[in-house]
Design a protein around this ligand. Structure first.
Ligand code: SF4
Ligand code: SF4
Ligand code: SF4
Length: 330
């Protein structure tokens, strides 16, 4: 049986060496070999997915960095108008906010996973810290999962505080404190930051946090993240796993998740608003067991369900988001 197998493994794989050294070890060799054959293309796919995500993030970062601020301005404007008892006009900021929320209801937080400049900045700072830790032989730093989960509620406090400040009209007086203003100015290569020293200090503190805890700002502090996580995302494009098909003892998806989430089971309608739709769990699942929505497979059907991070689907969501931003003039 083993002789019929055509070797396709690269030299670093030691299965063929084992095979040569242990001619009587055929069942294990074949098992290893088949496992490898199954895993190898997935590794390539994982790398390809990761590259596609990085390219999309870089493009949105370079060409559409203001989407976050625009949507956030929409939130602030609405609550300021409510506080004044004034009418809410259909301004460009409100339009961007409404369209982004509608997009999130349909596709989940794809904007957070792929298109938000602040989220992408956090990903790159964290990757840099991990790289440095690896080179220096140190263990990358991370908060204990329970602590991180407990702290994820802080973003709702931040959102509430901002809403209260807007409602009472105090937010407009807090000039020079907004880290997003400092970020936008730096992105636009405007270094006249004299009146924004406090904002720069806050931005630096946030960036240090982003470097040491994956998605630090997104998980714990982002008011827009709080808004997105409260949205009633449709279940069709949220991520689920077929728990009964999981590898015994596996928790690769949970370990790799920057939001520290346990994915819901397929067949349930529960949707996790904290999911950034980054797709890292999908790419790291050794059994391709994470799907979009309420899959036919979960219900006992045999059809292949959408896996959520398939490249065409990622590109489609990115293209729709890009089209919406261009249409809105972001
Ligand atoms: S949580 Fe906030 S900062 Fe993070 S990606 Fe989403 S909108 Fe951007
Ligand atoms: S790893 Fe998966 S569950 Fe976690 S945030 Fe990314 S897409 Fe969502
Ligand atoms: S990574 Fe895949 S197999 Fe492992 S626990 Fe998650 S869904 Fe199950």
């Amino acid at each position: 049986m083993a002789q019929n197998l055509k070797p396709v493994a690269p030299p670093k794989n030691n299965v063929l060496e084992k095979w040569k050294r242990n001619p009587n070890w055929e069942p294990e060799v074949v098992k290893d070999y088949l496992n490898f054959e199954e895993q190898y293309p997935k590794k390539q796919q994982r790398q390809l997915r990761s590259w596609v995500r990085t390219v999309i993030q870089v493009l949105f970062f370079l060409f559409l960095p203001s989407a976050y601020s625009a949507a956030f301005n929409g939130v602030k404007y609405i609550f300021t108008q409510v506080g004044k008892g004034a009418a809410i006009q259909w301004t460009p900021f409100v339009a961007i906010l409404v369209v982004l929320l509608a997009y999130t209801i349909v596709f989940g937080r794809f904007f957070c996973g792929y298109a938000c400049a602040f989220g992408s900045l956090g990903d790159w700072l964290f990757a840099l810290q991990k790289y440095i830790a690896k080179k220096t032989g140190k263990k990358p730093k991370a908060l204990p999962r329970d602590t991180a989960k407990a702290l994820s509620g802080v973003k709702y406090v931040v959102l509430t505080a901002i809403i209260v400040l807007c409602f009472t009209g105090l937010y407009a007086k807090l000039t020079g404190w907004n880290p997003w203003d400092a970020f936008s100015m730096l992105h636009a290569r405007n270094f006249a930051l004299g009146k924004h020293i406090a904002a720069v200090v806050i931005l630096v503190v946030l960036m240090v946090g982003m470097a040491f805890e994956e998605r630090f700002f997104c998980k714990f502090l982002c008011p827009m993240g709080a808004v997105f996580s409260l949205m009633p995302t449709l279940p069709f494009f949220s991520l689920h796993r077929t728990r009964k098909d999981c590898l015994t003892g596996c928790s690769a998806c949970t370990k790799t998740c920057p939001a520290d989430l346990d994915l819901p089971e397929s067949g349930t309608l529960s949707v996790r608003g904290d999911c950034f739709q980054c797709g890292k769990c999908v790419g790291n699942c050794p059994k391709t067991n994470i799907h979009c929505g309420v899959s036919d497979r979960a219900a006992g059907g045999g059809k292949r369900s959408l896996r959520g991070n398939e490249l065409w689907f990622v590109l489609l969501r990115a293209a729709i988001l890009l089209g919406l931003f261009i249409w809105l003039g972001v």
